[in-house]
Design a protein around this ligand. Structure first.
Ligand code: TYD
Length: 233
C-alpha cells in the first residue's frame, strides 16, 4: 500500500475548493479547470465525498436524507473512510506523478461541518487527519464565503430540483438548521484566519466573473512560484 503522503514531498500541486453548499464553489471549480486546460495543464479533478467507486457508495449513504439518526461520530468516520480511499486511489498517485489535483472539498469541510456544525470540535478532526491522511495539506485552498442566507436558499432549491429530476436524494445536509450552517460558516472563517498562507478566502457577494478573476489570479501566482506555469501566462 502506498503510504499516505505524510510529510514527504511530491512534485504535484494540490488545490482544494471549500465553501458552504450553494456558495458557487462547483461553478468556480469548473471554470478554473477550463482555465488550467487553456494553460496546457492536465489537472486531475475529483471531489469528496465520492470520486472513487467505494467513495461514491459512501457518498450516497452520507447524503441520503433517509440515512436518519447517523451519529456525528459515524458521519465523521465515514468522511475519513472516503478520504483515505480518495488519497490512496486518486490524489496520491496524481501528485506523485507531478499533476495538479483539483479537489471539491477536503478536510477543511470536515473541520467546518463535523467539527463546527456537529460540534465535535477541531481537535478530533485534525488528529484523524494526521492518522488517516498522513497530514496531507493542500498547497492552496480557495474558500468561497458569500452571504450565508443566499447560499442556503440556492442550495436548497437546487437539491430539490435534482431529487425531482434524478430520483437521487442528496438533501441530508441541506435539511440542517440555520444555526448549524452558521457554525459551519464561523469555523471556515476560523480556518482562514489560522492559515492565511494556505487559504485564500473570498468573502461577500460578487459576480461570477469577479470571483473567477480573483481565483485565477491567486492560482496563477502560486503555479508560477511552483514553476508549473510561466509568469506571463
Ligand atoms: P455536495 O453535493 O458535494 O455539496 P456541494 O455541491 O455543496 O459541495 O455534498 C457534500 C456535502 O457533504 C455538503 O453538504 C458538505 C458535506 N461534507 C461534510 O459534512 N464533511 C466533509 O468532510 C465533506 C467532504 C462534505
Amino acid at each position: 500500500m502506498a503510504l499516505p503522503l505524510a510529510s514527504r514531498e511530491h512534485p504535484g500541486f494540490f488545490l482544494t475548493f471549500e465553501g458552504l453548499d450553494g456558495s458557487g464553489k462547483t461553478t468556480q471549480l469548473l471554470r478554473l479547470v477550463t482555465w488550467l486546460h487553456a494553460q496546457g495543464l492536465e489537472p486531475v479533478q475529483t471531489r469528496q465525498p465520492g470520486g472513487t467507486l467505494t467513495g461514491d457508495k459512501i457518498r450516497a449513504l452520507l447524503l441520503d436524507s433517509k440515512s436518519a439518526n447517523l451519529s456525528p461520530l459515524t458521519e465523521l468516520a465515514m468522511m475519513f473512510a472516503d478520504r483515505a480511499q480518495s488519497i490512496q486511489e486518486v490524489i496520491a498517485p496524481a501528485l506523485d506523478s507531478g499533476k495538479i489535483v483539483v479537489c471539491d472539498r477536503f478536510t477543511d469541510s470536515t473541520e467546518a461541518y463535523q467539527g463546527g456544525g456537529r460540534q465535535l470540535g477541531s481537535e478530533i478532526v485534525l488528529d484523524l487527519h494526521r492518522l488517516i491522511c498522513g497530514n496531507l495539506q493542500p498547497d492552496l485552498t480557495i474558500l468561497l464565503l458569500p452571504n450565508l442566507q443566499a447560499s442556503l436558499a440556492r442550495a436548497r432549491r437546487r437539491n430539490h430540483k435534482h431529487t425531482a429530476s434524478t430520483g437521487n436524494d442528496e438533501n441530508r445536509f441541506e435539511a440542517e438548521t440555520d444555526p448549524f450552517f452558521q457554525r459551519v460558516y464561523d469555523q471556515y472563517r476560523a480556518i482562514a484566519a489560522r492559515e492565511p498562507l494556505r487559504v485564500v478566502a473570498i468573502e461577500g457577494d460578487h459576480s461570477i466573473e469577479v470571483v473567477e478573476a480573483r481565483i485565477i489570479q491567486a492560482v496563477a501566482s502560486r503555479l508560477v512560484q511552483a514553476n508549473l506555469i510561466k509568469s506571463n501566462s
